[in-house]
Design a protein around this ligand. Structure first.
Ligand SMILES: Cc1cc2nc3c(=O)[nH]c(=O)nc-3n(C[C@H](O)[C@H](O)[C@H](O)COP(=O)(O)OP(=O)(O)OC[C@H]3O[C@@H](n4cnc5c(N)ncnc54)[C@H](O)[C@@H]3O)c2cc1C
Length: 365
């Protein structure tokens, strides 16, 4: 057996599309995952916060190549140049509906169902010539894309009966405190205001406004090269800054919040107060230690780590376990050491292409 992907979410799916485009057949790729719908984990979160528009732009999709992106698809379908013009100025954000339709279409035509095995992989063990995945066999090239290890609720709020996580289904009470300062928090401020609630925002610092989830320069080779020149401590500190929660600038947030503030329905406070409901828009648990698969991988193979990250080569390979005979690569959030925006669709493509290069290099006699 040759190629395995662990994790059947959007990063695993993007890797699959890239491998297929690189010439591998569905029978040459095994995908192990908890769901055969690649958008299942993502959809649960997006639906809970009523996300309607993607944060990413036209290139935020699961195809192997960036172009043609979702703007081209929308322009074609609507017979309108507007999406294309918007995308020239980084202003086109596909609707969630369009994005999900694209995933579904790709799932059907790519052979995905022939490759997916519904199984959670508990252990990855390096053996001669590859990696043993539980009892599923030995694979020469393995990409791990397990996504986030779970939802994060601050310790001091875990026993509070008013608490719900933003990524769990919920309605809105008449008074709501939203904890957090990222896009989920900002979306929840607006949702709760729309539902007629009085909203209090609790955050440790003033929200950061950024179009994408990391600064745009870190999607380019030049920005990445700068990061890679830093020593481990500086690089860790820089990653913490780059990955701080943020939400896009723009009137879609500013105008309703200004109106609600003037009406006395929105304010910031330093700590959780007596609201009827507390929504934790506090994202996910962080770091390889929170994921049993990655924690065991690190401990059993003595892998290098820095703070909460597994140290990776620039192409998102695990250096100690990758050579000319076998490949172990990470994608999605665990690959942030190599590519800070790894937890985006563009980041998933970055890891996928690097993985395909390794697979192909090993195939060449
Ligand atoms: C609400 C929300 C909105 C977002 N919007 C955007 C956006 O607009 N643009 C953008 O580019 N990015 C966006 N992202 C970021 C990113 O694209 C998503 O987080 C995406 O789902 C990441 O894909 P993933 O495959 O890494 O993780 P997931 O989609 O979570 O999938 C991981 C899968 O692996 C499975 N798994 C885990 N461990 C194992 C194991 N041991 N064995 C087998 N299977 C396992 C999980 O059960 C899950 O099915 C958004 C994220 C969220 C939460």
């Amino acid at each position: 057996m040759n190629v395995a992907v662990v994790g059947s979410g959007l990063a695993g799916f993007t890797a699959y599309q890239t491998l297929r485009r690189g010439g591998l057949s569905p029978e040459e790729i095994e995908v192990f995952g908890t769901d055969d719908d690649p958008a299942a984990a993502w959809r649960r979160c997006a639906e809970a916060i009523h996300q309607r528009e993607m944060r990413s732009e036209s290139d935020g999709h699961c195809l192997a190549t960036s172009w043609p992106g979702l703007a081209v698809r929308a322009a074609w379908r609507r017979r309108s140049a507007k999406p294309l013009i918007g995308s020239l100025f980084d202003r086109y954000h596909p609707s969630v509906e369009d994005f999900l339709a694209h995933v579904e279409e790709l799932r059907e035509r790519s052979g995905w169902q022939r490759s997916v095995r519904k199984a959670r992989v508990a252990r990855v063990r390096a053996v001669a010539g590859g990696f043993e995945l539980d009892g599923h066999g030995v694979f020469r090239h393995v990409l791990l894309a397990p996504g986030h290890p779970g939802l994060n609720i601050p310790q001091e709020l875990r026993d509070d009966p008013r608490v719900v996580h933003s990524y769990e289904p919920h309605a809105y009470e008449s008074s709501v405190t939203v904890v957090g300062a990222g896009l989920a928090a900002a979306t929840e401020w607006l949702n709760a205001l729309d539902a007629g609630a009085e909203v209090v925002s609790v955050r440790r610092r003033e929200p950061l406004r950024r179009p994408l989830n990391v600064p745009r320069e870190y999607f380019s080779e030049r920005g990445l090269a700068q990061l890679r020149r830093l020593g481990p401590e500086e690089r860790t500190a820089r990653l913490h800054v780059l990955l701080a929660p943020s939400y896009p600038p723009g009137p879609q947030f500013d105008e309703p919040l200004a109106r609600a503030t003037a009406e006395g329905r929105f304010r910031a406070e330093a700590a959780v107060n007596g609201s009827r409901q507390v929504i934790c828009a506090t994202g996910f648990l962080r770091g390889f230690r929170a994921d049993p698969l990655l924690a065991a991988l690190v401990d059993e193979h003595g892998l290098a780590t820095a703070a909460e990250w597994i140290v990776l080569d620039p192409d998102a390979m695990v250096p100690a376990l990758t050579d000319e005979t076998r490949t172990l690569a990470l994608a999605g959030v665990p690959a942030q050491w190599a590519f800070p925006a790894a937890d985006t669709l563009v980041g998933a493509k970055y890891a996928a292409h690097a993985f395909l290069r390794k697979v192909k290099a090993c195939r060449t006699p």
